[in-house]
Ligand binder design. Structure first.
Ligand SMILES: CC/C=C\C/C=C\C/C=C\C/C=C\CC/C=C/C(=O)SCCNC(=O)CCNC(=O)[C@H](O)C(C)(C)COP(=O)(O)OP(=O)(O)OC[C@H]1O[C@@H](n2cnc3c(N)ncnc32)[C@H](O)[C@@H]1OP(=O)(O)O
Ligand code: FAD
Length: 667
């Protein structure tokens, strides 16, 4: 039986068409704001169009029905097709275009080049000397070799100073000897390490003449370039299935006194001379730059994950009819329920806010690398580290929450893998852990905050970086009706109070005799709260700045509604701090709530178009529920019929066990 006939499915679902008709802005114009420029938004569309013309890149068997091996094979097949068309699809070496291409064709479940593009090449760019780049970067960019980033070990991920893999320099042979001294020293988790990569950046403790110099990056060949067999002295493999991201072969790696030439220590910023003398880098943490790079991308990447889930949930909510409001002759779209709007719209606002932050932090990282590589200027490192540490923690947490709400907003069908939301969720929440566990990174951000508070207390506010300047703002009474700046002022007061309270608590424990580390641990929850507020303030201000800069009037108006929702939702979410400190009155709270509810109504007619503006193709969405045509029920029925379980009427499990069991029961 098929309901996918022409009469029913010609054109898009009329409910969705109606939604698109009511939008007050142009989605192409909105895409320019989302993707940062008219040029890139247009390139994305062009790439999507080109992909749609390559038959070998169109959907095959649904991913949900594939085994892990099939997923990996399928990703590799697609990579091979992409490689044949690479130069006609994108500008070679354009990172954003390459990312878009991979996202659209291969999706988010991981693939052998996931770490090659995002960490292996960037590490060569930021850490390899010109000579070393000459040797490896070109080959990496041409994809003659596949690389990954091997840092985390079985026993240590967060605390890099305790990594156990050693790289001991031997002056007599001018080699480093890589060794895995214990089971906990095995590299564990690196993406694409297990089966695909033949090279890795390995972070190992540099040891010269029995002195440890801490983790340093080395480029290491893992496998024979012809046979792909692991080289002697190397043990490497896949760590097994994960919560999601199963198209990637996250791996383990051990070294048995494995020798590499001296020139394989990446030496842009530090050197080991043939005699073993060590030249220090200009900043102790410069070797951590690849992590900062990924963290600086995470607001954008996580924003796009949440956007995918919301495209699905919002489109579905405009098609799904259940229950009645005034008109009893027709059930309403579930998107008309206030609870549904409250469930979805604040996350739409966060998506836009996160993406605007991402656009900014990606640029900040690019600038930092230029400053460091060209001028040896490391002065921006500390600020970018604290900003991206807080940001990655806050956005991943809220993205997880937003995606889970999107799933629930789709009712039962959200729970089906046909929605694809469970995969999006599984992949997105990995971000709470990778690139630094969220609590650990919030505490990194707190280090900078505490230092800033101490500067204010010591009478040196002039030394504060611009991001911390709000810590000097005096308390004021704020009239919320004057607009966004009033919300910023209240948020600043809340964040400032918490930063001072947490620091005060830390100092109190120290005065009582605790060491700074112990006092820090006793204050850690309060410190993480301060970091979250500080980061949410940055997000809020970035959102305001971005909306103010928009020139298209209708796009600006639609985003202003979203911004107002964000301001009210965020302030309400942290209202307990404001009430406790007398920063806000209960009358102001009521005002915020009413503003929030009226924002929901204003956004309602634009909801579908606000999500359409992301211009995800159906191929990229991989969701039966969220397809652009909105023919949810027909598509779901077709999808279910393609389940392997439905390829025969009677399963072997029935003939082998259930039938005999029922027969036995009859006796
Ligand atoms: C790639 C994603 C792209 C697209 C997404 C698509 C799909 C996603 C799906 C799946 C995932 C795919 C890929 C995931 C890839 C993941 C890779 C990884 O996870 S790699 C491993 C990451 N590991 C970590 O992040 C470890 C976390 N730990 C640390 O970074 C450090 O240990 C820590 C910073 C916590 C502490 O370092 P330590 O050396 O001990 O320093 P200490 O705390 O003593 O601080 C001293 C001093 O240094 C300052 N500092 C620390 N780091 C930096 C830095 N990077 N820059 C500048 N300054 C730094 C620190 O603040 C302190 O300063 P003060 O003394 O306070 O002044
Ligand atoms: C999908 C995925 C992909 C990954 N890809 C890579 C990769 O490509 N390359 C790579 O090298 N690694 C990779 N990793 C590893 C990842 O970077 C680490 O798992 C991550 O940094 C967290 O470290 P951990 O596992 O040691 O957590 P742990 O530090 O063991 O965390 C456990 C708990 O301890 C707490 N904790 C730890 N230290 C502190 C502290 N100082 N203060 C307070 N609480 C603390 C944490 O908050 C957490 O609650 C990947 C991980 C995942 C999930």
């Amino acid at each position: 039986m098929s309901f996918l006939n022409k009469e029913i499915c010609d054109g898009d679902n009329p409910d969705l068409t109606e939604e698109r008709r009511t939008a007050t802005f142009d989605t192409d114009r909105m895409a320019q704001v989302i993707y940062g420029s008219e040029k890139f938004a247009a390139r994305r569309r062009q790439i999507t169009k080109s992909i749609s013309r390559i038959p070998a890149l169109q959907d095959t068997k649904p991913l949900a029905f594939m085994t892990r091996e099939e997923k990996i094979t399928e990703a590799c097949r697609e990579l091979d097709v992409l490689s044949d068309h690479w130069e006609q699809l994108i500008y070679v070496n354009d990172e954003e275009e390459a990312l878009h291409l991979h996202r659209e064709v291969i999706g988010m479940e991981g693939h052998p080049f996931a770490l090659h593009e995002t960490m292996f090449i960037p590490t060569l760019v930021s850490q390899a000397s010109d000579e070393q780049q000459e040797k490896w970067l070109g080959r990496a960019r041409k994809r003659e070799i596949i690389g990954c980033y091997a840092q985390t070990e079985l026993g240590h991920g967060s605390n890099l100073r305790k990594l156990e893999t050693t790289a001991t320099y031997s002056p007599s042979t001018q080699e480093f000897i890589l060794h895995t001294p214990t089971i906990t020293a095995l590299k564990w988790w690196p993406g694409a390490l297990g089966k695909s990569s033949n090279y890795a950046i390995v972070m190992a403790d540099l040891v010269i003449k029995n002195k440890s110099y801490g983790p340093h990056p080395f480029i290491v060949q893992l496998r024979d370039e012809k046979t792909h067999q692991p080289l002697p002295g190397i043990t490497v493999g896949d760590i097994g299935p994960k919560m999601a991201f199963n198209g990637a072969d996250n791996g383990f790696l051990g070294f048995d006194h494995f020798r590499i030439p001296r020139g394989n220590l990446l030496m842009r910023h530090n050197r080991v001379e043939p005699d073993g003398s060590y030249l220090k880098p200009p900043h102790a943490k410069i070797g951590y730059s690849s992590m900062v790079k990924v963290r600086s991308r995470m607001a954008m990447d996580q924003g796009l994950f949440m956007a995918q889930a919301l495209v699905i949930a919002v489109r579905y909510s405009a098609v799904r009819r259940q229950g009645f409001l005034e008109d009893k002759s027709q059930e309403v779209k579930v998107l008309d329920y206030q609870t549904q709007q409250h469930r979805l719209f604040p996350s739409i606002a966060r998506v836009y806010a996160f993406i605007f932050c991402g656009l900014e932090t990606i640029q900040l990282y690019e600038k930092l690398i230029l400053d460091v590589n060209k001028n040896g200027d490391t002065s921006g490192m500390a600020d970018l580290h604290s900003l991206t540490s807080g940001l990655k923690s806050v956005v991943t947490h809220f993205t997880g929450q937003g995606i889970e709400q999107a799933r629930m907003a789709c009712g039962g069908h959200g729970y089906s893998m046909a929605s694809y939301i469970s995969e999006i969720y599984g992949v997105a929440v990995a971000g709470c852990t990778y690139e630094g566990e969220n609590m650990v990174m919030l505490l990194q951000c707190a280090r900078a905050l505490v230092k800033a508070v101490e500067l204010v207390e010591e009478g040196h506010p002039e030394k504060l970086s611009p991001m911390m300047a709000y810590l000097t703002k005096p308390s004021v009474t704020v009239d919320l009706t004057v607009g966004p700046e009033a919300y910023v002022k209240i948020f600043q007061l809340i964040a400032k109070k918490q930063a001072f309270k947490a620091t005060e608590q830390l100092h109190k424990f120290m005065v009582a005799g605790d060491s700074r580390d112990v006092a820090w641990n006793k204050s850690a929850v309060e410190l993480t709260k301060a970091s979250r507020l500080h980061t949410r303030l940055y997000i809020l201000k970035t959102f305001i700045r971005r909306v103010e800069s928009i020139t298209d009037i209708s796009v600006k108006a639609a985003l202003t509604d979203l911004l107002n929702l964000h301001l009210n939702y965020e302030l309400l979410d942290v209202a307990s701090y404001a009430l406790a400190d007398g920063i806000m009155s209960s009358t102001q709270m009521d005002f915020i709530k009413n503003q929030l509810y009226s924002s929901l109504e204003k956004i309602r007619p634009n909801a579908v178009s606000l999500m359409d503006s992301f211009q995800f193709s159906d191929l990229q969405l991989r969701s039966v529920l969220g397809r652009r045509d909105g023919h949810v029920y027909q598509n779901l029925f077709e999808w279910a019929k393609s389940s392997p379980l439905n390829q025969s009427e009677v399963l072997p499990s029935v003939t082998q066990y259930l039938k005999p069991m029922m027969e036995k029961s009859k006796l």
